[in-house]
Ligand binder design. Sequence first.
Ligand code: CTP
Length: 220
Amino acid sequence: MRFVVTAGPTREHLDPVRFLSNPSTGKMGFAVAAAAARCGSVVTLVAGPVALKTPRGVRRIDVVSAREMLAATVQVVRESLDAGEETAVIATAAVADWRPARCASRKLKKSQMTGNLRLVRNTDILKTLSRIRSHRTSLHLVGFAAETDHVLAEAARKCQEKGLDFIVANDVTERGCGFGSDTNRVAFVHPDGTVQRLPLLTKRQVASRILAHLKAKGKI
Ligand code: CTP
């Protein structure tokens, strides 16, 4: 069994010293990678820029942008499937949906900037993997949905659209949850809309529960 875990934020540079990003710290993804490695699985962690130590027994690939995260993740998943390995992707990363249309190679001076920033869409990593899976059945996909509004409905929509086995939903406005916190209260939302709510747990406990849920569903 091989796990591929994406974690942390991505940075979308507009020049060497400026970027668009988000407050993800990577804690949830690193906890999932550590839990899978403790179970004896082969684990590859594709990590955006975070200040965390690599968990024991985990192979780590550092990336910066969403495009780099997409390329690294697709490559690792293809290699795993080509080797005939049962593969599960746990996508905890807070991937930027947009990037600046141009990234200047030298620092932009304010006199060169207009106050307008043109953005282009980044490719969805999970949707891309979902298309790979359509002709290979040994790929399992789990997503995350960090929401502020209509948490379960939004999670269910993403689960459907991205072709996931299930999605881990959480309300980032809730105390003790979300970016940077050591705890989280999540719910597992399935493609048929069924929901399993978990209590407030440490991210380490949430990680173990995700792996147990995959196992209970006969995915691993
Ligand atoms: N994700 C991904 N590739 C992207 C964006 C998101 O694989 N380019 C994954 C995330 O890692 C996460 C899931 O999709 O597992 C949901 O991410 P989220 O940012 O909540 O979803 P979006 O599709 O960006 O939805 P929206 O902007 O409508 O909230």
